[in-house]
Design a binder for this molecule. Sequence first.
Ligand SMILES: Nc1ncnc2c1ncn2[C@@H]1O[C@H](COP(=O)(O)OP(=O)(O)O)[C@@H](O)[C@H]1O
Ligand SMILES: O=P(O)(O)O[C@H]1O[C@H](CO)[C@@H](O[C@H]2O[C@H](CO)[C@@H](O)[C@H](O)[C@H]2O)[C@H](O)[C@H]1O
Length: 497
Amino acid sequence: MSDAAPPHREATTTRTGPHPGPSTPSAEGARAPGDGGGPQEVRGLLDSLGPLLLEWLPRQRWFAGKGRPISGFALVSATELLPPSGAGPGLLHLLVRARQDGAGEDCYQLLLGVRDVLPPHLAPALVGRPADGPLRGRAVYEGLTDPRLAALLLERLRMPGRLGPLRFTREPEVVISPDLAPRLLDAEQSNSSAVYGETYILKLFRRVGPGVNPDLELPRALANAGCARVPAPAAWFEAEPPRAGSEPMTLGVLQPYLPGSADGWQLALGALAVGADFTAPARALGQATAEVHLALAEALPTTALDRHRLEALAAAMTHRLDAAAEAVPALRPYRAALCAAFDDIAAPGGAGRTWRAQRIHGDLHLGQALRTPADGRWSLIDFEGEPAVPLAERRRPQPVVRDIAGMLRSFDYAAAVGRAPGTGWADAARAAFCEGYAAAHPDDPREDPRLLRAHETDKAVYEVLYEARHRPDWLPVPMSAIRRLAEGSRAAGGTPV
Ligand SMILES: Nc1ncnc2c1ncn2[C@@H]1O[C@H](COP(=O)(O)OP(=O)(O)O)[C@@H](O)[C@H]1O
Ligand SMILES: O=P(O)(O)O[C@H]1O[C@H](CO)[C@@H](O[C@H]2O[C@H](CO)[C@@H](O)[C@H](O)[C@H]2O)[C@H](O)[C@H]1O
């Protein structure tokens, strides 16, 4: 296939056949809808959906490759969860690789409804009508928006088992009642979630890859360790590995829904709107975070953060900064000053004392903490880590300071978005969070300001890239932190964050 081929055409003809390229799983691993659909039918399916996906996929909030055109698709698997019958909808589960020039490939999970006639309330969910192929002329739409189809997915989790490459598992002691009415969350998300009868929430991962997703792995480990700060997975589903020797892909996790809960972001903005301080909730959140860290360190392996690892950490932070500055030129004037914060931790005695690395949340911010109104108790959710980071990296042990820095940045974000006058509100919330953490954990993050500053800098760099890609209007929020952190770094000896 010529690289000069128009993307539209290429997308319809790329690697759907039985002889995929080296990085593409074999189409023998792909299942076509209907009974025993072979490679011909598989090829026909993606050929006809390709042009529609080319338009639709980049518009989805959860599409990770924003700003880079898609140059081709490859089908990893196609499973018919429900065949269309008469006026009833069908449900097709697809794993599709999208290739982007210069950016490799990402595998996405799609749940597509299929109907001859799309009812008006589902019209906004339309992906399109294929011009040819097995779905020719039918309405193909985002399946989770259709309550009948979302209900079907819960039914699969309720009655576990296998279907083609898909494997549904339920914790043996969990009983899921039938007929829990579904509703799709319309939150700005990296994935998609459906709530069932205010009892369960199913998170459907969108960008998927081989290996257990930490958002299943860590909450399960925490539940087994008796930590009640995290909703325990009740059921989940995976895809069998497309290649021998590779690991299954986690596709979705069902967990108890915390009804009436509000997330820390909403609560912080609410407090800012009425000029209230946030120190009591921040202190409690620090304590909850410490409890989760302690439980993770008990449940899963830890390692010492020795000099060699600190050097590797500093090098990785510098590398991320360079990649971000490549994409966001506004970062470039601050590069040298920001690098100094990373170099600081690699210098002898840079992290004041020896810390340990362990499994952590990985993308902790106020939106990942839910508080239930009845008892004011905080729970943590979404242990997936930073969506842009490769899975293997997200599953590595890291210093707990990374999570702490994430939450400290979040207080700063809230203060900026909630237009706090001056830095007092954020400073007080940040201090209270650290106090709460230190009261419940033997390690006090304030004892090592250089390690904390390096992590806060690294997080702010990540946020600059995140905002540039997803919410350009918000770019000034992390950029003002970048300026402050660079200033602190330039000042002799640096200013503790
Ligand atoms: N157990 C839960 N109980 C109540 N609401 C939840 C629960 N889990 C997630 N949510 C809601 O769903 C939203 C998205 O969940 P999250 O796991 O953060 O998804 P994503 O990774 O796609 O951002 C959260 O912001 C929260 O409002
Ligand atoms: O919740 P996700 O796992 O999708 O995390 C991503 O999106 C977050 C925004 O929703 C982003 O968080 C940034 O914005 C928050 C305010 O909306 C702020 O509280 C965080 O501190 C800030 O990092 C997160 O970085 C990103 O990975």
